[in-house]
Design a protein around this ligand. Sequence first.
Ligand code: PNS
Length: 187
Amino acid sequence: MTRVIAIYPGSFDPPTNGHLDLIERGSKIFDELVVAILRNAEKAPLFSVTERATMLEALTGQYNNVRVDTFDGLTVDYAAKVGASSLLRGIRALTDYEYELQMALMNRKLRPELETVFMMPAEKYSYLSSRLVREVAQLGGSVKGLVPELVERNLKGKLDPAYKLGDFTDGNGEKVVARKSKARKKS
Ligand code: PNS
């Protein structure tokens, strides 16, 4: 029997409980689900791609058919590269529909054999978005219950004025070694 591989592409800056809800649902219906973080989506993301991947790996560790990867370029090309026949996206409310439909139809035009599958996260997450989470956290509001604790902790670390490189923790609460940029060599 053919194994159905799906990709779940997105920015995940940061991952929210809505994303995790969808990953759980997706893990139940696909043989393999690849959570694919788009690189270079935004010029100034809050979390680096490595930080987002580290968090998503920790948060999806309990599913043995889910893995995390990063990609750039066209989503349809990435899907072909990993042998995915499905593309998973979440639809929260009617407002998502127009954009998602446009994207799904464009992806279908580019690669007809890739099927977009829409799933709805639990309705308690229907108003939740990474953009709003970033905004609320940046303005000092609580994002408890909207993002996993690991993300909440790292948001606090990131937005604390005393934040230093290396304050980012992984799923085990271990500090991730500072990703200091290499000192430029004098030419
Ligand atoms: O989490 P997001 O930001 O809503 O995810 C959007 C994403 C990454 C799925 C979309 O921007 C995308 O697929 N970008 C890759 C470039 C691409 O394939 N563009 C054409 C899509 S129709």
